[in-house]
Design a protein around this ligand. Structure first.
Ligand SMILES: [Zn+2]
Length: 167
């Protein structure tokens, strides 16, 4: 009798453990919950999750060292980028010259969620010096604020290109 009781008890415990595992493993929402638990940096909404995570970790480290750093522009909708592109053409006089500073929506890494602009300049300099720990790299000589995931964490960044013109 006692044995039967123990057997049934262990079956119930086993079922409970299985249920717990199922609940823990469910939810495609799990990654979102983990990001929330980590506390994604402000301005990372809409970014590629890898970039959002890498930037969040970098910003935390910057702040831990007393360095001010934040996103000034991350994900942009195609409409927002179209406005910037047309404004850039007006400002710089031609698409060819504008391309050094702004790209059309179909080419912009901001629209694909793969770029962040950061500030202030001191924070950007810190990120240029330290960002490769998380795979973050400055991309253009004429844009100290623009960073992308461009290397494996801990590896060297590719050479900085003069500007975005030849993308
Ligand atoms: Zn940018």
């Amino acid at each position: 009798m006692l044995l039967r009781y123990v057997e049934r008890g262990s079956r119930i415990l086993g079922a409970a453990a299985a249920l717990t595992a199922v609940l823990a493993g469910t939810a495609h929402a799990a990654p979102t919950d983990q990001r929330a638990a980590l506390g994604s940096a402000a301005g990372t909404e809409g970014l590629d999750p890898s970039l959002a995570m890498a930037y969040t970790l970098a910003e935390r480290e910057a702040h831990a060292q007393g360095v001010p750093l934040s996103i000034t522009s991350g994900y942009r909708t195609p409409e927002q980028q179209r406005w910037l592109w047309e404004d850039g053409i007006r400002t710089h006089g031609s698409p060819d010259e504008a391309r050094r500073w702004v790209l059309p929506p179909e080419e912009s890494t901001h629209v694909s969620g793969r770029a962040v602009d950061v500030g202030p300049q001191g924070g950007a300099q810190w990120l240029e010096a330290n960002g490769s720990r998380w795979g973050l790299c400055r991309m253009y000589g004429n844009e100290w604020w623009h960073f992308e995931l461009a290397t494996l964490p801990g590896a060297a960044c590719p050479p900085v290109r003069p500007d975005a013109h030849d993308r």
